[in-house]
Design a protein around this ligand. Sequence first.
Ligand SMILES: [Zn+2]
Length: 741
Amino acid sequence: MLGFEPGDDRKLADWPTLVRYYQALAGASDRMRYRELGHSTLGAPFVALVISSPQNLRRLDYYRELNARLADPRGLRTPKDATTALREAKTVVLITSGIHSNEVGGHLTPAILAYRLATDTSADTRAILDNVILWLVPSLNPDGVSIVTRWYNRTLGTPAEGTDPPELYHHYTGHDNNRDWYAFTQVETQLVVDSIHNVWHPQIVHDIHQQDTDGSRLFLPPYLDPVEPNVDPLLIDGVNALGTDMAWTLAGQGKTGIAINAVYDAWTPARAYQHYHGGVRILSEAASANLASPVDIPFDQLATRGRGFNPRERSWNFTNPWPGGRWTLRDIVTYQTDGAYALLENAARYRDRWLANFLTVEGRAVRGWKGWPYAYVIPRQHQDSGGGLATLLGILHRGQVEVRTALHPITLGAQRFAAGSYVVVLRQPYAGFAKALLEPQRYPDLRLYPGGPPLPPYDVTAQTLPLLMGVTAVPSRDSLRIGLSPPVEPPAANLTYPGFAGPDVPRIGLYRSYVAPMDEGWTRWLFDTWKVPYVSVVDSVMRAGKLRDKFDVVLLPDESPHELLDGLPKEYPAPYAGGLGADGVKALRQFVTDGGTLIALNDASRFAVEQLLLPVRNVLEGVADDEFYAPGSIFRMELDANDPIARGMPTQSIAWYESGPAFEVLDSSAVRVVGRYPAEADKVLLSGWVLHPERVAGRAALVEVKLGTGRVILFGFRPQYRGQSIATYPLLFNSLQLTAK
Ligand SMILES: [Zn+2]
């Protein structure tokens, strides 16, 4: 059917071929049904299979209903209701694969797993089919399957064989598609959350990934600390037990190189929707090859950088090192398929416990956790011009959080909120989801050793949506003692900004590097969503110069100076190798001198400062992590309200800080400071983690530098971070409108 055995070296399938395979398999088996949930960003069919015994499949609606009852114990009227549901229900498992499309084992493993479940007659498989309802999403990113497969086949046998494609493998987000599981900005996330998570309430979610080539052969949970504090402890126990059980099973089959409790922490909710919805989320990370091409890794070249274990040494969480040697696509799909099967065996064997614990978790959430606020109050805004309030309420709604409105005014201490204010009571099934998103984060101060360098988080450290979206949300310790409405729908967000329609719209060039930084994709997503017209500009166009004839504004998304300048290595064919180069730098300088506006975001600001010799200094240049550190945090930022870039903004705002520069002004006649961090160091951090904030206290975060008749706007932060920092969108939108056409 595929024309090769999944796992064969150098063989990948594109998405249409895989879809036909799943259709044929489901057509031939009474153990599975094929469903199309919708369409991907680029219009490909978005597919799921539901797999169980033929008897269970005939009563799917009944089992969905039972599981929904356990998910919200408020509907269970008598203890007998609960007993019946627990006795009859099946463990619901969701297995998702292929979200990161260069992790190509994930394209094929679901095909092998589905085939095994469709055809195997062993008692183990029968037990799985009888006790489990499996939702299998064979790719969370169908577009990327085709993007990567096309590139791989095109470069086979050339020096670029096995390299990543010179474009994002998700149209807007690239690798960040896996960081969207609370913001729900992308259609793929929305489809899975709306049609599987929220309908089937899986007790177990298993997401299949790959990691670097030279670490462990497979990572399985337990995760490292820190664990986000709003996750029910019983779910962490479930993660620990299940991951360890999978590792134990695979070790019993003779597989080596399995690490648990290493590398990956459980802090951000961005990857773990189910941790806030009653289920566990099991990540697996198999070692990669070079896409579908095998690699050879001698034992002494296994990398020791991974946190929590050493791949060359035995330890309690890495009991049997892999001896090194050849690693192939077959190895990857074997580890992944057998891992997923081990998970399903556990789900079947411990059906009673998974369901009982699920009910316990939801029961606790409904009763409320000691020490949690009773509710959050979110006042209405006279004008939700940025769409922040509507977006925030939309996120809570999609996450199945009940939002009500106050029938009377609310008084909290000295604060008074009008009737009609939104109220989120933290006694409901998914209260933890709301709390994790509404409260400021206090990331623990983790160090390599006492007083030593910081231990980096796996992802970022903050997600406080009210700060990111410019919304007020006030916790109330006690019951509000007023009437509340039934749950309400969120208002619609109006996602337009003045000045981007009509004859005078600025001509915007958005630099599109072949290195494919995610921030470029997020910028495109922002522009497409907010209907900001733009043209993508590649290296050849930049290097050719005469940019002022074409554009009023050129925007460099967040990308390192080295990548901007040098681009992809010479293994890549034309036109992909090389970056902006000296000609691109010259063209940009000319563009600004001729009156254009150059906007540089985050790390790209360092490039602009260095290459255009701007009279500002990055005070963090060369500063080591133990002297300053903030790996994705929300800072306070003070704005000059009179500056056109800050038009419509409050004087107190935020900045999504993520390893960017902070500026000292060297020539105040040429540089205007638009935004700066507070002068008092202890006021800098609003949410997340910072070490030595005094390094940036009082420093400029956003400046405008005059050069010739034009200007360079330097953002030391990410004003459009992952589609979430709505509070600072106007700074970017206003910057785009500074040059008259
Ligand atoms: Zn991945």
